[in-house]
Design a protein. Structure first.
Length: 386
């Protein structure tokens, strides 16, 4: 059996200290022998409490620890640390406990490089996320604080990476509307650098006529209101940027208002497209309205639109006399089944031939017309244009 006194003056004192922790701790001395296994680790992994100091650490880790780690990559990580190829590592993993339950833990492995015990290696398992520890002295409080700070730094780096790589501007202002944070995308939207934006008032990015609007939005954040709205912002070049803003208030632990956080999307291209579509629609409507040919649109069997030429063909003085009527009402009974069949084919976007159909005017007289239908859109739904 290996003598442990040269590693620690009183191994029982070290064991007593480690046994007070809620964390599971394994201490390995420089010659790869067990210096200490605390009670929490023994219970967590089902290790015999009589395992003596000086036992081969590789045997304990490979036989008792690694097999209970679910993830193969995490098993490899702890074995690599044991082999001396890693000075430090930390990872989250799922343990299969002796009672067949599973528990997510964070494993931290470190080599002691300073102090009276250089070369000692420590493997520690703690709940992930960490549980609030009961007060058991300054040493444990400091240990918990260190772990918490490390986790916070790690999470901060992860979230900062996400924020900086979002295809969405992230903008944060304080209670006075002063910019305290902006990600790279937000700066690009407004044509500034991130450094330039910090310290600038939110009002510097809106036109004079929108200052009151911006003030109202910020006041709504102070009242705890979350909302999504469109807002026109000023680019550094002087161009106007159409944006979609999702804003939420920021409060501290006591509920005191600290500022506003907003996700900002540049929707200028969509707005330009909408304007182009409206322009094209107006041009098309103008062409249709002035066409000498009768044009009619019906949806779900109801006439939704008819131009002036179509109204005149049916003997109406105004399109309003026709809109809202059933399409079948203006079709001669002998052609109604044919029209229903054609309408079904039109909605399936099938090509149909040019045909002659007898119609019934509003005064009851009949006429024969020649035409062809096609699928169209009306009020957001599928329709037939003839």
């Amino acid at each position: 059996m290996h003598e442990c006194a040269h590693i620690y003056d009183n191994i029982s004192v070290l064991s007593a200290v480690l046994d007070t922790l809620d964390e599971a701790v394994l201490v390995i001395n420089p010659d790869d022998r067990i210096a200490c296994i605390n009670r929490r680790l023994q219970r967590l992994f089902g290790i015999n409490q009589g395992t003596p100091c000086g036992t081969d650490a590789g045997l304990i880790v490979r036989r008792d620890l690694a097999p209970r780690i679910s993830e193969e990559s995490c098993k490899k990580e702890i074995l690599t640390f044991l082999s001396g190829h890693l000075e430090a590592t930390e990872f989250s993993c799922i343990l299969r406990l002796p009672d067949d339950r599973e528990e997510r833990v964070c494993c931290s492995c470190r080599v002691v490089s300073e102090g009276p015990l250089p070369g000692m290696r420590i493997i520690c398992f703690r709940p992930d996320p960490p549980r609030r520890l009961k007060d058991s002295g300054i040493e444990r409080g400091a240990l918990e604080q260190g772990w918490m700070e490390e986790i916070l730094r790690e999470n901060e780096n992860k979230y900062r990476f996400l924020v900086e790589n979002l295809n969405e501007g992230i903008w944060m202002v304080d209670v006075w509307g002063t910019t305290v944070f902006a990600n790279q995308k937000m700066a690009e939207i407004l044509g500034y650098s991130v450094t330039d934006m910090i310290g600038m008032s939110a009002f510097a990015f809106v036109t004079e006529e929108d200052i009151d609007t911006m003030q109202q939005y910020l006041q709504r954040r102070k009242r705890g209101i979350r909302e999504t709205f469109e807002l026109e912002l000023f680019h550094k070049s002087g161009a106007r940027i159409h944006t979609l803003v999702a804003a939420t208030p920021i409060t501290d632990a006591t509920g005191t208002f600290q500022g506003s956080l907003a996700g900002v999307l540049d929707i200028s291209s969509q707005k330009d497209m909408e304007a182009q579509l409206r322009e094209n629609e107006e041009k098309y409507r103008s062409i249709v309205e002035s066409s000498a040919e009768a044009i009619l649109i019906h949806r779900d069997g109801i006439i939704a639109y008819i131009n002036a030429a179509g109204a005149k063909l049916l003997g109406a003085s105004d399109p309003g006399e026709v809109i809202g009527r059933a399409i079948i009402d203006v079709i001669h009974p002998k052609a109604r089944d044919q029209v229903k069949n054609l309408a079904t084919r039109h909605l399936r976007e099938e090509e149909t031939p040019l045909i002659e159909i007898p119609i019934i005017r509003l005064d009851g007289t009949t006429a024969t017309v020649e035409g062809r239908g096609t699928r169209a859109r009306s009020a957001g739904g599928s329709a037939v244009q003839v």
